[in-house]
Design a protein around this ligand. Structure first.
Ligand SMILES: *[C@@H]1O[C@H](CO)[C@@H](O)[C@H](O)[C@H]1NC(C)=O
Ligand SMILES: *[C@@H]1O[C@H](CO)[C@@H](O)[C@H](O)[C@H]1NC(C)=O
Ligand SMILES: *[C@@H]1O[C@H](CO)[C@@H](O)[C@H](O)[C@H]1NC(C)=O
Ligand SMILES: *[C@@H]1O[C@H](CO)[C@@H](O)[C@H](O)[C@H]1NC(C)=O
Ligand SMILES: CC(=O)N[C@H]1CO[C@H](CO)[C@@H](O)[C@@H]1O
Length: 483
């Protein structure tokens, strides 16, 4: 009932909304701009030992402790048709899925699993039947355990051939219908180690595993090259990589903190992006200076477009050696920083940070085309489905995307994370879904949260006033907060 009243309220808000700066509709975005949502295979599919799938390293990890497993997850493997209908009724333009390597090629290399192949063909066909454009991530953390056992996975160069062969199967089998390919999700997460000292998180910017990192870059390069040589002329698609992009601001106005912030940006944003403009300028790949110390002179080929994952903004402070003494290797201090979330882990609404990331890409990297592939807010999975806090977050971040479009950023799509509640690695009690999933229910029933209704209204062309939403949340029961 609450939901229905709120929906009515939303529609009334649209009818009377004025021309305030917080008011916009999807018609303000360029023609062709896509609004989507996303899941990843391991977090959504379940059916982990069905139809020929064998474990990934992620299965092994979740089974190594008493926590929740993903054996059923959202049961997307069986419920994909129902979910595509939900996407359609929400009017999503696009949907980001990932392909489970151990479902398609269970041993990591060698024979293709026909039932896995059939599943992804069916799923992609179903999306297209409902007019939803599939975006596909090839690798979202679910390495076949067999390759980990055989040669240690990403740390061995053999992974490059195996990944490229897996990508080849995907391009060949799905490429007539999939035009947007994302090779590897968040490889730059490997570029830091974390050291959690209670309320403050110390990040160490070093390459926690430089051979894995390099092999990811090389696998991306090899896959992109394969697509360009073998498929692009026929299939007319594009291939990119997906980068995790916090925005960072100096903790104080001190020179040290400003320099620490630049260093953090170079580690996060520059390493993957810079090669594109650098190839253009110098005819060869060049790592940012700050990275050269750690990385060799390899040549990854470029991306057609860049996927960004943005959630929030962090303070960055120089970390004095007295603080880190004893915790870190002293030769790491060149890249040591202290990063602080603004108010704990719950992703405050700081949409100017997203504009900062997009402006950085525009200014430094020749306005590479960008898709936002993940943005959203975690809330306690067991809290109310009246998630006004999330609505406020999404409203503000989509407005930031619009501001960036108006300032000339070549951003072409916005994917909300995540379409439904899923197991999240950092803390399973916090989920991002537009749909609530009852994980105690064997049928995994889905129920729309307020954010699902709000996003759907936006996608149907309604105008949205944040002030009205805020007024409403103050005058009734408090909206869900992050905690
Ligand atoms: C680390 O810091 C010390 C003193 O602050 C300095 O002498 C040393 O050169 C630094 N190491 C690196 C690798 O920058
Ligand atoms: C999740 O919530 C349960 C029940 O409240 C609690 O026992 C568990 O420790 C929480 N897990 C984490 C990672 O915080
Ligand atoms: C979740 O499902 C269980 C089992 O079907 C049911 O008892 C429970 O009431 C459901 N919870 C919610 C919040 O719908
Ligand atoms: C929100 O509430 C304030 C006062 O509580 C009022 O002045 C304002 O007009 C309201 N805004 C909207 C858009 O309803
Ligand atoms: C080598 C190179 O310039 N690669 C790509 C960099 O990004 C642009 C898009 O902005 C592409 O057009 C280039 O092909």
């Amino acid at each position: 009932m609450e939901q229905i009243l709120f929906l009515i309220f939303i529609f009334l808000s649209f009818a009377f909304s004025g021309r305030c700066s917080d008011v916009y509709s999807r018609n303000d975005f360029p023609k062709g701009f896509v609004f989507g949502s996303a899941v990843s295979a391991f977090q959504w599919e379940g059916a982990v030992d069905e139809d020929g799938r064998i474990p990934s390293i992620w299965d092994t990890y979740v089974h190594s402790s008493d926590g929740p497993t993903e054996d059923i997850a959202c049961d997307g493997y069986h419920k994909y048709k129902e979910d595509v209908r939900l996407m359609y009724s929400m009017r999503l333009d696009a949907f980001l899925l990932s392909i489970s390597w151990p479902r398609l090629i269970p041993s990591g290399r060698g024979p293709v699993n026909p039932k896995g192949l059939r599943f992804y063909k069916n799923f992609i066909d179903e999306l297209i039947r409902y007019g939803i454009e599939p975006h596909v991530t090839l690798y979202h953390n679910d390495l076949p355990q067999a390759l980990e056992d055989e040669y240690g996975g990403w740390i061995d160069q053999k992974i490059i051939n195996d990944f490229t062969a897996f990508a080849d199967v995907c391009f060949r089998e799905f490429g007539s219908k999939v035009k947007s390919w994302w090779t590897i999700n968040e490889p730059n997460m490997l570029a830091w180690g974390g050291y959690d000292l209670g309320c403050v998180i110390y990040f160490l910017f070093y390459i926690s595993d430089s051979s894995a990192y390099n092999n990811m870059l090389l696998a991306h390069a090899s896959t992109t090259r394969l697509y360009k040589q073998m498929y692009k002329d026929k299939q007319h698609g594009s291939v990119g990589i997906t980068l995790f992009a916090y925005w960072m601001v100096p903790f104080t106005s001190s020179e040290e903190d400003k320099i620490a912030t630049q260093r953090a940006k170079a580690f996060y944003l520059a390493w993957f992006v810079e090669h594109n403009s650098s190839i253009k300028k110098h005819g060869r790949y060049n790592y940012p200076d700050v990275m050269k110390r750690t990385v060799g002179e390899r040549l990854p080929s470029s991306s057609d477009f860049l996927g960004l994952i943005h959630y929030t903004t962090l303070y960055t402070a120089h970390l004095s050696s007295s603080i880190h003494a004893g915790h870190f290797d002293s030769d790491m201090n060149a890249s040591l920083l202290r990063m602080l979330f603004f108010h704990g882990m719950c992703f405050d609404v700081l949409p100017w940070g997203f504009e900062g990331v997009l402006k950085y890409i525009k200014q430094n990297y020749g306005n590479l085309p960008v898709y936002n592939l993940e943005n959203g807010q975690p809330t306690n999975q067991h809290s109310s489905i009246n998630d006004l806090g999330r609505v406020e977050y999404l409203h503000a971040y989509i407005a930031a995307v619009l501001n960036s479009v108006r300032s000339g950023s070549d951003i072409r799509g916005y994917f909300q994370w995540s379409f439904m509640d899923m197991f999240e690695f950092i803390n399973p009690n916090y989920t991002y879904g537009l749909y609530y999933v009852n994980f105690s229910d064997p049928k995994r029933e889905r129920s729309p949260k307020t954010s699902a209704l709000w996003y759907s209204a936006l996608l149907k062309g309604k105008t949205v006033s944040l002030q009205k939403l805020k007024n409403r949340s103050m005058s009734s029961s408090p909206g869900v907060s992050c905690q």
